[in-house]
Ligand binder design. Structure first.
Ligand SMILES: O=C(O)CCC(=O)C(=O)O
Ligand SMILES: [Fe+2]
Length: 409
């Protein structure tokens, strides 16, 4: 890890708990797909988090995107507030806008600011009626030269068509920052699809299970730039960079700078919960499984992954004494795709991260997979449309936009 910057408020450079989780690392360029599938299976059993490396997005390009993100967050607050998130979940989210863990963040929300960028759909397009589709919000060119130019339409088409060839042909029409963001989004989707294919294999599904048009064929794919100002977290007082939560969708790809902050809790049912840091690994994405995958695989909520796994394992081994542990793992795996609780602790240093939330299409029905239900284990969640589910989760976790209208008046 690189040398860290100055610490605000005289805080200790090292966090109080420095247990660091050892996550599996999947090399997306590896021809050994069996090894990747096996590593992802293990990661599902262990914690639902893993790194991917050699994903095809260069470090140079990642650095550029982080640089652009920094330029945006350095703007004065009044400029950022002009780009406040809209009802389509596009644009700027100020500090405290999001409240991820109301039980523990009693008085305040997350000490982070963000910027949502989604799939660009022009106003007037019937698809733009859907809650997570519509035009993006972009900074005015005189405020951040390069962030936006008059070729917005091409920008949208390149984003939606998701073809790098098309994008390359017309790239001269885009401003520099748009080129980075569009290319990042397109390339990111490719990474997400590659990871989803390995997850499908790990779940004993067809390799293209998540490629179907209603799934990742037309995904709700939301990029979120994040900035933590350097507030020191205090779990006792309920102050967090990001409160404990699991992500809403299918998978999340997370790129971070080199400042430690992300923590995971492998067993949400354990008392007390044990939190471990996820170390930033340069050039990697940290991938985690979201709640929709949990619904698909019919997991048991309100119970710890490991606690539950150990209990079921005991029962199976008691019933079928000849079974080996690896057979037990194969039996249990479809039931163990688990979204994992995570949070961000600030330690006094400024921190940047970029999350890419990959969700299926609006109308995709998220329902228990045939391989994950039986008479004895009926579906635990009713089927729900992806768009409906996401709307509710965003509503539950973000401030009511009327709050900002009132502040302005
Ligand atoms: O900033 C991070 O490291 C994590 C962010 C996160 O978990 C989220 O935005 O869902
Ligand atoms: Fe998250």
């Amino acid at each position: 890890m690189e040398k860290q910057g100055p610490v605000k408020n005289g805080a200790e450079p090292c966090p109080a708990t420095n247990r660091v989780s050892l996550l599996n690392c999947i090399d997306l360029s590896s021809p050994d797909i069996h090894q990747s599938v096996s590593l992802i299976k293990q990661a599902c059993l262990d914690c639902g988090f893993f790194y991917v490396i050699n994903h095809g997005i260069s470090q140079e390009f990642m650095d550029e995107v982080f640089g652009m993100s920094k330029r945006f967050f350095e703007l004065p607050l009044n400029e950022k507030m002009k780009l406040l998130r809209n009802e389509k979940h596009r644009g700027y989210t100020p500090v405290l806008d999001e409240l991820l863990d109301p039980d523990n963040q009693v008085h305040v929300g997350d000490y982070k600011e963000g910027y949502y960028i989604g799939v660009e759909v022009p106003e007037g397009d019937p698809e733009a009626e859907k809650p997570f589709y519509g035009p993006n919000v972009w900074p005015a060119p005189d405020v951040l030269p390069g962030w936006r130019d008059t070729m917005e339409r091409f920008h949208r088409e390149a984003l939606v068509s998701d073809t790098k060839g098309y994008f390359t042909v017309y790239s001269f029409l885009f401003s520099t920052i748009e080129i980075y963001l569009i290319y990042y989004l397109c390339a990111f989707r490719e990474v997400a699809k590659a990871v989803a294919r390995i997850i499908a294999l790990a779940l004993d599904l067809e390799v293209d299970f998540f490629d179907k048009p209603e799934m990742l064929g037309e995904p709700i794919a939301t990029l979120r730039l994040l900035h933590y100002e350097g507030q020191v977290s205090d779990p006792v007082k309920g102050i967090y960079g990001a409160g404990a939560h699991s992500d809403f969708g299918l998978i999340t790809l997370l790129a971070t700078d080199d400042v430690l902050g992300l923590q995971i809790c492998k067993d949400k049912g354990a008392k007390p919960q044990i939190w471990e840091y996820v170390a930033p690994v340069k050039g990697s994405f940290i991938v985690n499984l979201g709640d929709m995958l949990e619904r698909w695989s019919n997991c048991i909520f309100n119970s710890g992954r490991l606690t539950w796994y150990k209990e079921v394992e005991k029962v199976i081994i008691a019933e079928y004494t000849t079974l080996s542990t690896s057979v037990v793992v194969v039996i249990l795996l479809p039931l163990l795709v688990w979204s994992t609780l995570h949070r961000v602790l600030g330690n006094g240093r400024e921190r940047y991260s970029i999350a890419y939330f990959v969700e299926p299409s609006h109308d995709c029905l998220v329902e228990c997979l045939p391989t994950c239900k039986s008479e004895k284990n009926p579906p635990k969640f009713p089927p729900v449309k992806c768009g409906t589910y996401l709307c509710q989760r965003y509503k539950d976790t973000h401030a009511d936009l009327n709050v900002y209208n009132k502040l302005q008046n």
